[in-house]
Ligand binder design. Structure first.
Ligand SMILES: [Zn+2]
Length: 135
């Protein structure tokens, strides 16, 4: 599969970078610390007091790892973009992912900010290990 993706990317003049899938979705992409999942498998709680959907965390952590393999100016551009990500952005993106998954409905209350359950334990659908998004 990697070869097929690599071939398709090459056809379009793109380069494929492989990064480790290790702990991408369990680590806070801002603080680099392990999150807990008190509300179910999707929503991580950073020990620093904010929430992030594990798919959002995963993408950002993979990007961070990719900077180690990118050429200088590209690595710097990605690092600069990542450094602009704050807790508020993480929570907004996480809300959008939950909405897209149908886990919450609009209009939404600011449940993330209130640290209330968005996906009560046992109500999550599919993806029990929440590890989609791996490369
Ligand atoms: Zn954090």
């Amino acid at each position: 599969m990697v070869e097929k993706v690599r071939d398709k990317a090459e056809e379009r003049g793109l380069k494929v970078l492989l990064v480790s899938a290790y702990r991408n979705s369990k680590t806070c992409p801002i603080h680099g610390v392990e999150m807990s999942f008190p509300l179910g498998p999707k929503l991580g709680l950073c020990p620093r007091g904010h929430w992030v959907h594990r798919d959002v965390a995963s993408v950002l952590n993979m990007l961070k790892k990719a900077t180690e393999k990118l050429e200088g100016k590209y690595a710097e551009a990605v690092k600069r973009a990542l450094s602009a990500v704050d807790e508020k952005m993480l929570e907004e993106w996480s809300r959008q992912v939950l909405e897209a998954e149908g886990s919450i409905r609009t209009p939404r209350p600011a449940v993330l900010a209130r640290a209330s359950p968005m996906t009560p334990a046992g109500r999550g659908d599919g993806d029990p290990d929440g590890d989609r998004g791996r490369l």
